[in-house]
Ligand binder design. Structure first.
Ligand SMILES: Nc1nc2c(ncn2[C@@H]2O[C@H](COP(=O)(O)OP(=O)(O)O)[C@@H](O)[C@H]2O)c(=O)[nH]1
Ligand SMILES: [Mg+2]
Length: 661
């Protein structure tokens, strides 16, 4: 495919061999400080690709360019510096490995230098290189002043101690040293997680004639192959990956950390927008409610308990209502969070967004539209709030700072009825291996029971105490049922499940049931649960009643008495008599044809025999009168009996006649 992506992502100096590593570098800095010119000087590609950008000479949207150098493929995301386009800057800087902070030597630190730098800090970017551009326009004094002010800006931050290199895009001075510093920084970046689920925040979507929809973005985790199935969140549209490109070249496999253009089948380009995310199908869900730790910039103004803000995460931007969960002091509505402060907060978004715990975001205020702070997602699917404020706070603290087992334990505390493992991975974004490790740690510590996936059942995890209580209650309930219903075989699974619904979700219930059966404590036949090895023992008068019922039906043959008649003559009361009839039906001594038409097994065997003989002598067709004559039963019984035989596939109705099968 040839695409705008291909045009803007190529051509760079191409090396014959595959790069050892891929990194994404984002530019940051004030407008006109030479970001785009520097990217062009490094890569040979001018990143401004829009007509309007070329005409006005400013960057409006994200631009992309590539450099292969010393075994590293650098993908540059060039961002606009103008304050009106900070939202586009935010969309681009989300997935980067490190920042190239650009400060013009002749102008030094300016407002968007600060704002972009703040945004990088809030997004948790850990590394970077600083370029003092336009060095050809600055004398030594001006240059050293710019250096001092830049050092001052980054003091105490992730950029403290980062190389500060004078360069000129015009003369090429300092570019070699800058490239060396870029390689050095690239080598120090930890590798991305390519094993987990893939995640591609979409920054562009456009159509290509003959190919359909193409979306681009930085693959932030996992890997993606041609023909993979995928889902677009929010919305849940299912799509298929038709083809992949990176840096203008067709690739079979995209790995985390690569700029990626994805040709999608199954979706119109207009249905996909910046801010959506491409993920594996059925694995994740979007949310509109997030629990987070937020942090305000030192220059921000104090905010109330509840305020509206623009939320930026990945390539997404939306309005969110922020509610501070632990205000500075109780009742302090006016100043719930002040400049430089950090609080727990609940964010409700105007439209659904896909985020996972650990994701960083930025908050900008409404007017003036400036960056006020940011934060990190702790829970993307918060369940009910506990009334116990201290416990709630502890839980948020654990989510913010705990290791995986601690986080899983906190999630379980909210879920005494058990949690499907799929649910945990949806909420945490952990890989299957990470999830299993955390679950095993809790199990080994006796804190949780992990119920492995079996057959059609998904695996699940339950708090150990709650699970033990459930198993105990389950056995007790089966016992109690036997005590109260001595003549019944056992309790129905469904009834048992409903009785225990407050203690267990369906999966946890089935797991406990399966485990008790495997341990030989209970026996399950069909829908019925009983104590293992239990046989029904009848009192003498019950045994006599059972005899009597059976005899009555055996003797009656096809001219069966009504059930009521039989039961009235028995030495036990009606309720017990009913149960004895149930037993005979279960044992298949009696066979129920309609609600109150019951035949003895031998009578029905005789009917089958008569029909077989008839077929041999007279052929396989028979009328209802002939059936009555053959069996000697009345019309009242003949029709239900024939219908029963139809169901049993002894006969088949054909018009007014029956075919004997
Ligand atoms: N003299 C000189 N001019 C530069 C240099 N880098 C960029 N410029 C000029 O500064 C202006 C703004 O550059 P641009 O890359 O668009 O800045 P951006 O807004 O940060 O992307 C353009 O006219 C460039 O030609 C440099 O190193 N030296
Ligand atoms: Mg620019």
């Amino acid at each position: 495919m040839t695409s705008p992506a291909a045009q803007s992502q190529s051509p760079s100096k191409q090396t014959a061999e595959e790069p050892r590593r891929h990194v994404i570098v984002g530019t940051a800095g004030h407008i006109d400080h030479g970001k785009s010119a520097l990217v062009e000087a490094l890569t040979g590609t001018h990143p401004d690709r829009l007509e309007e950008e070329k005409r006005r000479g400013i960057t409006i949207d994200l631009g992309f360019a590539f450099l292969d150098f010393a075994g590293v493929r650098f993908g540059f995301v060039d961002v606009p510096g103008h304050e009106r386009f900070v939202r586009n800057m935010l969309a681009g800087v989300g997935g980067i490995d490190f920042v190239l902070l650009v400060v013009a030597a002749d102008e030094s630190v300016m407002p968007q230098t600060r704002e972009h730098f703040d945004i990088c800090r809030l997004l948790g970017i850990r590394r970077g290189v600083i370029a003092l551009t336009k060095s050809d326009l600055a004398d030594a004094d001006t240059l050293s002043l710019a250096r001092l002010e830049t050092e001052e800006l980054v003091r105490g931050s992730f950029l403290e101690g980062a190389p500060i290199l004078p360069v000129s895009a015009r003369t090429g001075a300092g570019l070699d040293a800058l490239k060396q510093a870029l390689v050095h920084t690239a080598e120090s970046c930890p590798p991305r997680d390519t094993a987990g689920a893939f995640r591609l925040p979409i920054d562009r979507s456009f159509p290509i004639k003959g190919f359909g929809t193409v979306v681009t973005g930085t693959l932030v985790s996992g890997s993606l192959r041609a023909e993979d199935e995928a889902e677009i969140l929010p919305g849940g549209m299912r799509v298929r990956v038709r083809g992949l490109q990176s840096g203008g070249k067709k690739i079979e496999l995209a790995r985390a950390g690569q700029r990626t253009a994805v040709n999608l089948a199954g979706v119109e380009h207009a249905a996909v927008a910046r801010g959506m995310t491409l993920v594996p199908p059925g694995r994740f869900a979007a949310t509109s409610k997030i629990h987070a730790r937020i942090e305000m910039l030192p220059g921000a103004r104090a905010m109330k308990r509840r305020f509206r803000a623009h939320l930026f995460q990945g390539s997404a931007e939306m309005i969110a209502v922020v509610r501070i969960l632990d205000p500075a002091s109780a009742g302090s509505e006016e100043r719930a969070i002040g400049p430089g402060e950090s609080r727990y907060a609940e964010l409700r978004t105007a439209v659904p967004i896909f985020v996972l715990p650990g994701d960083r975001f930025v908050l900008r205020q409404f007017s003036p539209v400036v960056t006020m702070g940011g934060g990190v997602v702790l829970d993307a699917a918060p369940t009910r709030r506990t009334r116990d404020a201290a416990a709630f706070r502890r839980r948020l603290e654990t989510l913010a700072t705990g290791d995986h087992p601690a986080v899983l334990e906190a999630l379980l505390e909210d879920s005494p009825r058990g949690l499907a493992l799929a649910q945990v991975s949806r909420r945490t974004g952990w890989s299957d291996a990470e999830l299993r490790a955390a679950a095993d740690t809790l199990a080994a510590a006796g804190k949780a029971r992990v119920l492995a996936a079996t057959g059609g059942e998904a695996g699940m995890i339950a708090p150990a105490k709650a699970y033990a209580a459930l198993v105990q209650r389950l056995r007790a309930d089966v016992e109690a049922y036997h005590r109260d219903n001595p003549l019944a075989e056992g309790i129905s699974k469904e009834e048992l499940r409903i009785r225990l619904a407050r203690m267990a979700g369906p999966a946890m219930f089935r797991a406990a049931l399966g485990e008790l059966a495997a341990a030989g404590h209970i026996a399950i036949s069909g829908d019925t649960v009983k104590r293992a090895g239990r046989a029904i023992s009848l009192a003498p008068e019950e045994a006599r009643a059972k005899e009597q019922i059976e005899q009555a039906f055996a003797q009656a043959g096809l001219t069966v008495p009504s059930l009521k008649e039989v039961l009235e003559k028995l030495p036990v009361e009606a309720a017990r008599a009913q149960k004895i009839v149930q037993m005979l039906l279960r044992e298949q001594v009696l066979v129920r044809v309609t609600a109150d038409l019951v035949f003895h097994r031998t009578a029905l065997e005789r009917v089958r025999q008569l029909l077989a003989d008839y077929k041999k002598q007279r052929g396989d067709r028979m009328s209802v009168p002939a059936f009555k004559e053959l069996t000697g039963i009345t019309r009242k019984y003949a029709i239900p009996l024939l219908e029963h035989l139809d169901r049993e596939r002894v006969t088949r109705r054909q018009g007014d006649e029956r075919v004997i099968l």
